[in-house]
Design a protein around this ligand. Structure first.
Ligand SMILES: [Zn+2]
Length: 179
């Protein structure tokens, strides 16, 4: 635990868990939470996932190097899954998407959380960015938001070309010959 970029608190992490959040037509939506580390067990989840899947990853708080390995094996082994999307990716997930080339497997990213800060009052918060809505051409032009507190302009609080580098791969990850 040398230098955690977001080491704001040292409270023990929430263990990995998941739950089915909804079903729409032939889509299954599953929410994942907690820390992905060597204790994260994907076996039951793997057996649950069939057809078209949206994994909601907003609740993933931390992923260590053992967890990355578990995760890559998990997404690689999803044989009954036709279409796989990652939605509401938390910042730790975005970091891995940007760093680990096969972290997404064949999944595509539909939306993710992005850090914003108000230029006037310095309020910071995470905003949900939708890939199709905010990045139709896959270019890293980040949207601005109004601050709810003071009405000022909230700007992207990271280097866009770094935080958004996974977007350029999203196109390449399009499963070819999938249908
Ligand atoms: Zn403000």
């Amino acid at each position: 635990m040398a230098s955690d970029a977001k080491g704001r608190s040292d409270q023990p992490g929430e263990p990995f868990s998941w739950r089915v959040a909804g079903r729409e037509g032939d889509w299954l939506r599953v929410e994942l939470r907690g820390e992905i580390d060597e204790n994260a067990d994907f076996s039951e989840l793997r057996q649950t996932l069939r057809g078209n899947i949206e994994l909601r990853l907003e609740g993933i708080t931390r992923i260590n190097s053992c967890g990355v390995r578990e995760w890559v094996n998990f997404v690689r082994g999803l044989e009954g899954v036709r279409s796989l999307w990652f939605a509401r990716c938390s910042p730790p997930v975005v970091l891995q998407l940007n760093t680990i080339y096969n972290f997404r497997g064949r999944a595509r990213v539909s939306s993710f959380m992005a850090p914003y800060v108000c230029e006037a009052c310095h309020t910071d918060e995470y905003k949900l960015l939708d890939v199709a809505e905010h990045f139709p051409d896959r270019r890293a032009h980040v949207p601005a938001f109004r601050c709810k507190k003071c009405g000022g302009v909230m700007v992207f609080d990271e280097l866009p070309e770094r935080y958004l580098s996974f977007l350029s791969e999203a196109e390449l990850a399009d499963p070819s010959g999938g249908g």
